[in-house]
Design a protein around this ligand. Structure first.
Ligand SMILES: [Zn+2]
Ligand SMILES: [Zn+2]
Length: 185
């Protein structure tokens, strides 16, 4: 086992690479050879939220390219949907996919990029995107917010709540004790 160096090249895509690894040394070895990628952490932005990814990966030589096996831990940072305070969620996912040499690749499969590189950073962030929370909340959960005034109390307990006029009419129709039932005024 030896370490893969972080490649310094640029991917084919217009977006800058997040963390490139150069698989050339591994491709020069027979199938079954394996490289350990040094653990790394990167930060990316997904739909306005920060995503921090920590990646532990191994790359195995296969007949058609390489097999990428990685454990990805992430921290999603954004705002609580209820109170807008900073909130975060811990995420975890696993990657196990073959990345093919161009001459073995057909259709929509993951392929080795220019210079036999793989953007492991991009693959890791995409895998976290699949397990990302759609709605973030405080942990522990913050109090429910009032629909009337936005303060941290239940809507029905709001001191500023106006009595619904329909309910007020009903209230006036209710007979109270000691009062004669009948038409008032
Ligand atoms: Zn909150
Ligand atoms: Zn209120």
């Amino acid at each position: 086992m030896s370490d893969l160096n972080e490649a310094t090249g640029v991917t084919d895509a217009a977006t800058p690479a997040l963390y490139l690894i150069d698989c050339s040394p591994l491709l020069a070895e027979p199938p079954g050879a394996s490289f350990q990628v040094p653990e790394f952490t990167l930060t990316s932005t997904l739909e306005g939220e920060l995503m921090q990814a920590t990646v532990e990966a191994r790359v195995d030589r296969t007949n058609r390219g390489v097999r990428l096996i990685a454990q990805v831990r992430g921290v999603q940072e954004g705002a609580c949907a209820r109170c807008l305070s900073p909130a975060h969620a811990d995420l975890e996912t696993h990657i196990d996919e073959e990345v093919l040499e161009e001459r073995h690749a057909q259709g929509d499969v993951e392929r080795l990029g220019r210079g036999n590189s793989i953007d492991l950073g991009r693959i890791a962030v995409e895998s976290l995107d699949l397990v990302r929370r759609l709605v973030l909340h405080c942990d522990p959960l913050c109090p429910e917010r009032c629909e009337h005034c936005g303060a941290p109390h239940l809507t029905q307990e709001c001191p500023e709540r106006e009595v619904d006029p329909r309910l007020a009419v009903l209230g006036s129709l209710l007979p109270s004790s000691g009062e004669e039932r009948g038409i008032k005024d």
